[in-house]
Design a binder for this molecule. Structure first.
Ligand code: CP
Length: 302
């Protein structure tokens, strides 16, 4: 395999997605597999992160590779005016792979074009977050026993929520039905609905969280992405639009699971954590196994 990057979930075929999920399952059973000793991987986070950065860095360590990088670009020569192109060209001379989060949409694709090593997009603006998608798929597979023919209810900020955009594309391989629950201001962008239309995939849009709580298999909650708003007043208007509480879950499907890429703000009450439907903390743990599998696959080891 030549240099292969993961920038959009569309970069992986259905077969590659299923391969990564199967490898992740093996890593969950055996977390210590240090076959990347001698490799160095860069973790470049130009935007804040807890889970993605720490799980990637843990994955790198568990595979036996070394990690270099930064979690605050203000401490790098970007603050002196160095371009992203120069940073990436230079870092790619040091390492075997680059994991990068950046606020600009398209920045990861650009980085993959100038880098001499594989690049993994750890989130680029409101665009894509493909490693999150793979861990979402893994979590769906683990909880539902399948990916095919499920009803996925995406709730919250569907305009700026990059995880919903990537997940929608990935699930299109598996005959899903989608519910899009959002306020008018934060509806799923037209380009993604056009994509679903072109594939003949059904979706319904609603503004009411109560409408489809009881007929979905996966309730995919998202936070309102404050950092993407240009108008703070608009954020104030929509920030608390949905609030899921345990008392709302009395008639849901028995095996319904609540996923959330996290961090959560107010959209899921803490009393939901103790219900059998909450899966978001285990979902975040799954990120470790899935990121081990992504790194192994892109470096040609699994
Ligand atoms: N899900 C996710 O991307 O979380 P972080 O922003 O903490 O990495």
């Amino acid at each position: 395999m030549g240099k292969k990057s993961l920038i959009s979930i569309g970069d992986f075929s259905k077969e590659e997605i299923l391969h990564v999920l199967e490898t992740a399952r093996e890593f969950e059973q055996n977390k210590e597999q240090k076959f990347l000793e001698g490799k160095v991987i860069a973790s470049l986070f130009f935007e804040p992160s807890t889970r993605t950065r720490l799980s990637f860095e843990t994955a790198i360590n568990r595979l036996g590779a070394k990690v270099i990088g930064f979690s605050d670009a203000s401490n790098t020569s970007q603050s002196k005016g160095e371009t992203l192109k120069d940073t990436i060209k230079m870092v790619s001379n040091y390492v075997d792979m680059i994991v990068m989060r950046h606020p600009l949409e398209g920045s990861s694709r650009y980085a993959s074009e100038v880098a001499s090593v594989p690049v993994v997009n750890a989130g680029d603006g409101a665009n894509q977050h493909p490693s999150q998608t793979l861990l979402d798929l893994y979590s769906i597979m683990q909880t539902q026993g399948r990916l095919d023919s499920l009803t996925i209810n995406m709730v919250g900020d569907l305009k700026y929520g990059r995880t919903t955009h990537s997940l929608l594309q990935a699930m299109s391989h598996f005959n899903p039905k989608f519910i899009f629950t959002s306020p008018e201001e934060l509806k799923m962008p037209k380009e993604y609905k056009t994509f679903l239309d072109s594939k003949g995939i059904a979706y319904e849009e609603t503004t009411s969280l109560e409408d489809h709580l009881n007929d979905c298999d996966i309730l995919y909650m998202t936070r309102v992405q404050q950092e993407r708003f240009t108008d703070p007043m608009e954020y104030e208007r929509v920030k608390d639009v949905y609030r899921l509480s345990a008392s709302m879950l009395t008639d849901v499907k028995e095996n319904m699971k609540i996923l959330h890429p996290l961090p959560r703000i107010t959209e899921i009450d803490q009393d939901v954590d103790d219900t059998p439907y909450a899966y978001y903390f285990k979902q975040a743990e799954n990120g470790l196994y899935v990121r081990m599998a992504i790194i192994s696959y892109l470096l040609g080891y699994r």
